[in-house]
Design a protein around this ligand. Sequence first.
Ligand SMILES: [Zn+2]
Length: 224
Amino acid sequence: MDVAYAMEKAETLARKFEAWDVQADPNLGTAASRLLYSDLLPQTDFIQSVRAAEARYGSITAGQAKGILNIAIAAVRKAQKEAEAGKTPEQAHGLLPGFYTVVFDQSNPDDYVTLKIKVVENGGLKGKTIVSYLSGSDNENSYTGFAFLNRSNYSVWKKYTGMLARQVEALNLLLGFNTEERFVTREAYALRSSNCSNCGRTLTVPASIHRGLGPDCAARLGVA
Ligand SMILES: [Zn+2]
């Protein structure tokens, strides 16, 4: 395991890696090269630029390697901490659990798909993130699961392969959206359903709809 090797080294050093550590230990350079395309790494400008450089020159520098190793180690430690705290590890696409109404074309507001993202809390699928779509008239309960959300992408369940084109298109759009655009789809859900886009509960005071969230959930998610 490349990360395990790097982590052990880092713990022995009790500090972050420097370029000379990589120069002194070729195994670290190898580990960094292998980690470069791992979905462990966040999609930052630095990572993108190192990937571009690697594609161009066929190798990475010791300075780039130590950067990758430090980022990978930080990501693992963060995930471990969150796992200990019982939280779901942050996913690379950053799509939070909740309800999203994706309108395909703003000039036709009736052409939309409502998706629900939920982390399974119990049973054999515990910890998995399921994507469902609104398939009935009950805005809270009529959802049909059709895909798993993975760390950086999704996989449609086999029985739906080649089906549910609109739902898959909505999911693709949603994953491509930035934070602001995702809030717009949360608001669209809240406005259509009068439910909170985080917990799905009825918003008792419609005026409290803030970014598609009830007051409690807005506070919980740090949305001011
Ligand atoms: Zn709520």
